[in-house]
Design a protein around this ligand. Structure first.
Ligand code: FAD
Length: 374
């Protein structure tokens, strides 16, 4: 992928740092995680180590505390982290709300929130979906009624990942019922400790407590916590969703596949499936590098296409891991079974959600059709 001495030197620097700085207990916990959303008990200590090195937010511009890397350097960093088995940092703060605070936030909002996201002092959750508004997000009904200098919020959000850990939420709320549904939405930054907020757990198919329903009962949020204009939250949300979807999937999936290949699989059919997936991942990586260079399509088009290809590949790898693990997937009583196999079944179950969250893959196909065919 490289063929460039400067990039090779950069890769070696990152690799040496990761070998030195990643504690064994965090690497082991990450290898046994059953979800892409690692618990903050695992992700935050690693974020603090990266922050001390100035590398917690590779995508951020240098003026806000990013390392000032080029696109290809960021890709190399992601690939090296996957190779080393680092914990995943929570994306809600660093990758989702931070870019929109940079773009739409006032000077005060930037100065207040961005350093706290970088250090991990604030842990964010995303309050978009509601019981009656998922794919059709513009149907959201959580009311925010102006009262003095505040809004008063009533309603609920659902599927809110890590709301039980978060001290902050970014939320879409309804501030008007006039005109098109998209026209009456505002984007708020709120404190999860505000009186009137209640977080109720929802268990996933895999048995994890990863997401929640969050209830709002006369919750007062200062109007000063709005990002962007009143009733202009839809533009902020669309901007954010491009960052939520526009991931780098191939490096992590290649590392997972390497873990399966290392199991010396005897069955020729399974071996052939591993190699077929390896080829699919090379194609995905080529597309990710093309997206990074900004050639051949808009960021929104790439974001949707990569989301579909990345999550479908992840689900095929989950199935392969279960097939390779066989009985071992159920028999890891003493921690002796390699992590790739020991967590194969819960990962398989958890990853069913990958084609649903961040906008379902059917919706991504609709978006691609609209962008390409008009
Ligand atoms: C693990 C997980 C974590 C999540 N975390 C968060 C979070 O932190 N914050 C948050 O706000 N939300 C979160 N979500 C919610 C997620 O964004 C929604 O589940 C998703 O947008 C789909 O909405 P829905 O569940 O209401 O399904 P629906 O919109 O009811 O869709 C049901 C089915 O119909 C299909 N469908 C719907 N409309 C169309 C159409 N026009 N064309 C073709 N097919 C269609 C969908 O693809 C889907 O298969 C999370 C979801 C999961 C599974």
């Amino acid at each position: 992928m490289l063929n460039d001495p400067a990039l090779e030197a950069f890769r070696d620097e990152v690799r040496a740092f990761l070998a030195e700085a990643l504690p064994d207990d965090l690497r082991r916990a990450a290898s046994r995680a059953t979800s892409v959303f690692h618990d903050p008990a695992v992700s935050l200590p690693w974020q603090r180590i990266l922050h001390a090195r100035g590398w917690a937010a590779p995508d951020w511009p240098a003026e806000f505390g990013g390392p000032g890397w080029s696109e290809i350097e960021r890709y190399i960093f992601t690939a090296e982290c996957a190779r080393a088995g680092t914990p995943n940092l929570a994306p809600m703060g660093l990758k989702m709300v931070a870019p929109v605070i940079m773009h739409y936030g006032s000077a005060e909002q930037r100065a207040h929130y961005l350093p706290r996201i970088l250090s991990g002092e604030d842990y964010w959750c995303q309050g978009f979906s509601e019981p009656g508004a998922g794919s059709d997000l513009a149907a959201l009904q959580l009311r925010a009624v102006p009262d003095g200098s505040d809004y008063v919020l009533n309603g609920s959000k659902i599927w809110t990942t890590h709301a039980h850990f978060a001290n902050r939420m970014f939320a879409l709320v309804r501030t008007s019922s006039e005109g098109k549904p998209q026209a009456g939405i505002s984007f708020l930054l709120l404190d999860m400790m505000t009186p009137g907020i209640k977080v109720e757990p929802i268990r996933t198919l895999a048995g994890d407590h990863e997401f929640n329903q969050v209830f709002f009962d006369d919750v007062r949020v200062p109007q000063a916590n709005r990002l962007g204009g009143e009733n202009e939250g839809w533009s902020v949300a669309k901007h954010l969703l491009t960052f939520e979807r526009g991931g780098k999937y191939a490096p992590g999936l290649m590392a997972r596949l390497a873990g399966l290949r290392a199991q010396s699989v005897a069955d020729p059919v399974l071996r052939a499936q591993i190699e077929r997936e390896a080829i699919a991942l090379q194609a995905l990586q080529a597309l990710e590098l093309k997206a990074m260079r900004g050639v051949g399509g808009s960021p929104a088009l790439y974001a949707s296409a990569l989301k579909i290809l990345g999550t479908e590949s992840a689900q095929r790898i989950d199935t392969l891991a279960c097939d390779i693990a066989g009985h071992a997937a159920w028999a890891d009583t003493d921690g002796q079974v390699p992590a790739e196999l020991a967590v194969a079944v819960p990962r398989y179950l958890n990853d069913r959600a990958a084609s649903i969250y961040a906008g379902s893959n059917e919706i991504q196909r609709d978006l691609i059709a609209r962008l390409m065919l008009g």
